[in-house]
Design a protein around this ligand. Structure first.
Ligand code: DGY
Length: 338
């Protein structure tokens, strides 16, 4: 039996997360800025009991098959579409994530992107730096008002509801669509439930906060853009593949919608020759919605905590495949001895 569980962390982490892990585990950390390649990850996973991963690490069936001692994967993200959870469950590997701690920070960025796209903030900055600012002009850089406009939120979970609260502060009318009703947000900010087509047709801004699943991939595609107002602005801070990017480009280019603000793209990073980069009516940031100093430290700490709880043989509160708990405990105990 190893004295201490072996843990592999796929990137250096902010805050005290690594220190926490090192108190009870043998910890190896991938030293580069870029993620480990699938081969590197497989090699490290082959001998490890716990993996602390990021959304850039693909934990697929091939990786899991090469990790016979693996007890738990702790993803430092609220989304976990980078992990084949069904296969992890088959192999009795507990998967966990870091919800909650990034809610307000992510909502700040979503609302910031909404403002940036509407009020042409990034475009204005480029205009000034390019030396084009020659005078104050009555028709320069006009955009739609945010206050008083209608915001359609797709996915009124924790982050969607936090965006709705910000919208209420701007006097916006909030519509939402999701798998289930959020009666608390309905009461708190007067959000009204709508079916997706009606939400798209009525909203001045559409902000996506849904999880990426087989059902939601390509949720916003050519037909959906066709329903939106020509003045509408789409904001996506959830996952890139929720939006069909060819259709998005066409909608932005042709004026079918007025603009977009994306913190997530498909693929990530966006290739340098992506046609989206040539458009002025799209604002793009590099998947930084949760990137405040405090929140990233808190996400790292929670991911470490989830992993340590799992390695101690207990199902942590943020596990996503709790249905395997019974068989998993026995398998985890056996794997710790190998
Ligand atoms: C998440 O947590 O899923 C975000 O996309 C990264 O913060």
């Amino acid at each position: 039996m190893p004295d201490r569980p072996r843990v592999f962390v796929t990137r250096n982490l902010p805050g005290d997360a690594l220190g926490l892990l090192r108190q009870t585990c043998e910890v190896a950390v991938w030293p580069d800025q870029l993620p480990p390649s699938p081969d590197d990850l497989r090699r490290e996973a082959a001998t490890t009991h716990g993996l602390l991963t990021l959304l850039t690490d693909h934990i697929d069936a091939t990786l899991l098959a090469a990790a016979p001692n693996l007890i738990a994967v702790s993803n430092m993200a609220t989304g976990y579409d980078n992990i084949d959870v069904a296969d992890a469950s088959r192999r009795l590997v507990l998967v966990s994530r870091t919800p909650g701690v990034l809610t307000e920070t992510s909502a700040d960025l979503a609302f910031g992107l909404l403002l940036a796209a509407a009020r042409r903030i990034a475009e204005g900055d480029r205009y000034v730096r390019a030396g084009n600012w020659r005078t104050w002009g009555p028709e320069i850089m006009l955009g739609p008002d945010v206050h008083g406009a209608t915001l359609g939120i797709i996915g009124l979970g924790r982050i969607g509801a936090a965006v709705a609260r910000r919208a209420a502060g701007f006097g916006m009318r909030v519509l939402y669509h999701g798998r289930s009703r959020n009666t608390q947000a309905e009461k708190e900010v007067g959000a009204a439930y709508a079916d997706l087509d009606a939400l798209l047709a009525q909203s001045d801004f559409v902000s996506i906060h849904a999880a990426l699943t087989d059902d939601t991939r390509g949720l916003i595609a050519a037909r959906q853009f066709g329903l939106m107002k020509p003045s509408a602005i789409l904001i996506n801070t959830a996952r890139g593949p929720l939006v069909d990017h060819d259709a998005l480009y066409e909608a932005l280019r042709s004026g079918e919608i007025a603009g977009a603000a994306l913190d997530v793209t498909d693929p990530e990073p966006l290739p340098a020759d992506s046609p989206l980069l040539a458009l002025d009516n799209v604002v793009i940031t590099p998947h930084i919605a949760s990137a405040s100093i405090a929140t990233r430290s808190e996400m790292a700490r929670l991911a470490a905590d989830n992993l340590l709880t799992s390695l101690a043989g207990a199902v942590n509160d943020n596990a996503v495949n709790t249905e395997i708990a019974g068989d998993w405990r026995a398998a985890a105990a056996a794997r710790l001895h190998s």
